[in-house]
Ligand binder design. Structure first.
Ligand code: SF4
Length: 257
């Protein structure tokens, strides 16, 4: 396990997101040790607005220590407006090997559920089995863009090995929880050659699949057939999900003319 080196305080926590499949969200950590190199959109934004100076700073997470107090203040105000509170858009709630982050996220989810609000969770870490004791309305997800472990180590260096990530998700599924997978940002074959069908088979037990293309990476646009490639992949996901009765969402901009 790794230790958090810095705690921070925030004045507010819950906010309405502009992200297409999101509702309300909270980000109770600044930075993310997973250090994804696609690159990470949250890192680019935080750097642009001066919250973070370097990639190394980004990979050294700072925990919002007053998270639970902020939830006590804000949940009564927001509880009737929120359909689903998402953890997280600009960090990872179950950051691999950071027990303090994981414990805070679990405590936050329990508090949110106690207020009658359901959560959706997305991670590249390990979802703890204790989540099975939380509201069965919650939705637990992992990001999985490849089943190539060498690629995972290269592009998501601090994240959990993909097999462990998926095993934790499956355990929650087996315990009766709603589960989903985000296959985003999906890379082009010049970044990694892979079989999308094989990846889909690995995640076929989930209730919902989100699929989206990789952006902000010059190698994607350098791949001449990238539009055709993403159209074909999206069609494959739709066909797979339709045949298996899995709900799906294709992110805006993935299918183009
Ligand atoms: S896990 Fe998410 S927030 Fe963390 S570095 Fe990767 S893309 Fe960014």
């Amino acid at each position: 396990m790794k230790k958090i080196k810095k705690n921070i305080q925030r004045k507010t926590l819950i906010y309405k997101t502009e992200v297409e499949y999101g509702d309300y969200t909270m980000n109770h950590v600044l930075g993310c040790s997973h250090g994804c190199l696609y690159p990470c959109y949250a890192f680019l934004q935080k750097k642009r607005f001066g919250d973070i100076k370097t990639y190394e700073d980004w990979c050294e997470p700072a925990l919002v220590e007053n998270t639970l107090d902020l939830l006590d203040e804000e949940l009564p105000k927001f509880m009737n407006k929120i359909q689903m509170l998402h953890l997280c858009f600009t960090t990872d709630p179950f950051m691999f090997q950071y027990k303090e982050v994981q414990d805070m996220s679990l405590a936050a989810i329990k508090k949110i559920n106690a207020a009658g609000v359901k959560c959706s969770v997305l991670t590249k870490g390990i979802l703890p089995i204790e989540l099975a004791k939380c509201s069965k309305e919650n939705e637990y997800g992992v990001t999985l863009i490849s089943t190539n472990e060498a690629f995972r180590k290269r592009m998501e260096p601090g994240s959990a090995p993909w097999k462990k990530r998926l095993a934790a998700l499956r355990a929650l599924h087996d315990a009766g929880c709603k589960t989903w997978v985000s296959i985003e940002p999906f890379p082009t074959p010049n970044i990694v050659r892979q079989n999308l069908q094989a990846l889909l088979e690995e995640v076929a037990f989930v209730d919902r699949i989100i699929f989206g293309r990789m952006n902000y990476n010059p190698k994607v646009t350098a791949y001449k057939e990238h539009k055709m490639f993403f159209n074909k992949c999206a069609a494959e996901v739709i066909e797979f999900c339709t045949n298996r009765g899995i709900s799906y969402h294709i992110k805006d901009g993935t299918i183009t003319d």
